[in-house]
Design a protein around this ligand. Structure first.
Ligand code: F6P
Length: 325
């Protein structure tokens, strides 16, 4: 099949570097003399026929900007057969031969279903701050989010130290602890709670007592949004009941982690994956996600990227514990 026109969209939660990925796709398309259409608001925009032509100059001055200028959404309608039918009809109307989707595993699940129902090559670029996608060492947005998190926790440490306080800091990661584990190590957290690790309150109290014995007057505990002990407020409450003399505070970093100018790493990663996505489509690949492993571009079938999990590095858990004394 000869590809003449590409569609590109961002889907799911936004991530810094998505703009850099769109730019790379558009410019790689231009380089290979393909036309390119941007689809606004992810799958929803495709259903609603919200498309625009994109040339190399239309993506100027965006490599440095957070968010996604195409906007993004989690489309409920695309989960229905009628929604996907409308989406396909709009693709045909615009004579789009192949689709590039920048997003996370929810977006790739949609892509896989769509690609199995209709004859349209789809290629994915992993874009999420959570880094929870199998088939790539790093997702676009993760490095920037980590830098945002450590900047915020460093600031929290200043005030924690000044007041001799214990802080519970919640970071994003609904199902994954990559942000928590790495930012926790980088900011010298006393303990780190992640969804991948079974944990109980006694273990938390042991860490706190160890810190106390070692003479720590203030501490940071980093908690992933998806940890299973009940959330930062419950943890702070239980700790306060156990240690009434402690001065405890909670800080939820929230969506600040999703914004901001992408780091150099994310801009380069997005640029590499954008070109790889376009060139893989030209070569006839479909139903795959492009990723990076050992600094090399690799391809993973959507089916595998969705089914498998990006595993937490157990060494990091051990290291975090060793250096928390
Ligand atoms: O998937 C990225 C993520 O930032 C998760 O870590 C978080 O749980 C979720 O998105 C929140 O998304 P939203 O507020 O857009 O629903």
């Amino acid at each position: 099949m000869i590809i003449k026109k590409l569609g590109v969209m961002t889907s799911g939660g936004d991530a810094p570097g998505m703009n850099a990925a769109i730019r790379s796709v558009v410019r790689a398309a231009t380089h290979h003399e393909l036309e390119c259409l941007g689809i606004r608001l992810g799958y929803q925009g495709l259903i609603e026929n919200d498309l625009l032509e994109l040339g190399a100059r239309d993506v100027k001055n965006i490599i440095n900007r957070g968010g996604t200028f195409l906007k993004t959404a989690r489309s409920k309608e695309f989960k229905t057969a009628q929604g996907r039918k409308k989406a396909y009809e709009n693709l045909k109307k615009h004579q789009i031969d192949a689709l590039i989707i920048i997003g996370g595993d929810g977006s790739f699940t949609g892509a896989r279903v769509f690609g199995s129902e209709y004859d349209i090559p789809v290629v994915g670029i992993p874009g999420t701050i959570d880094n929870d996608i199998y088939g790539t060492d790093f997702t676009v947005g993760y490095d920037t989010a980590l830098n945002t998190v450590i900047e915020a926790i460093d600031k929290i440490r200043d005030t924690a130290t000044s007041h001799n306080r214990l802080f519970f800091v919640e970071v994003m990661g609904r199902d994954a602890g990559f942000i928590a584990l790495n930012s926790g190590i980088a900011t010298g957290a006393l303990d780190i709670l992640i969804p991948e690790k079974d944990y109980n309150l006694d273990q938390l109290f042991t860490s706190i007592e160890r810190g106390n014995k070692e003479g720590k007057s203030s501490s940071i505990i980093v908690v992933a949004e998806g940890e299973k002990l009940g959330g930062v407020y419950d943890l702070a409450k239980a700790t306060g009941m156990k240690y009434p003399d402690y001065d405890i505070r909670v800080s939820i970093l929230g969506h600040v982690q999703r914004g901001g100018n992408p780091s150099c790493y994310d801009r380069v990663l997005a640029s590499r994956l954008g070109v790889a996505a376009v060139e893989s489509i030209i070569k006839g690949k479909r139903d795959i996600m492009v990723g990076i492993r050992g600094n090399k571009i690799i391809f993973t079938l959507f089916e595998e990227a969705i089914r498998k999990k990006n595993e937490i590095n157990e060494d990091l858990i051990k290291i975090a514990d060793i250096i928390a004394v």
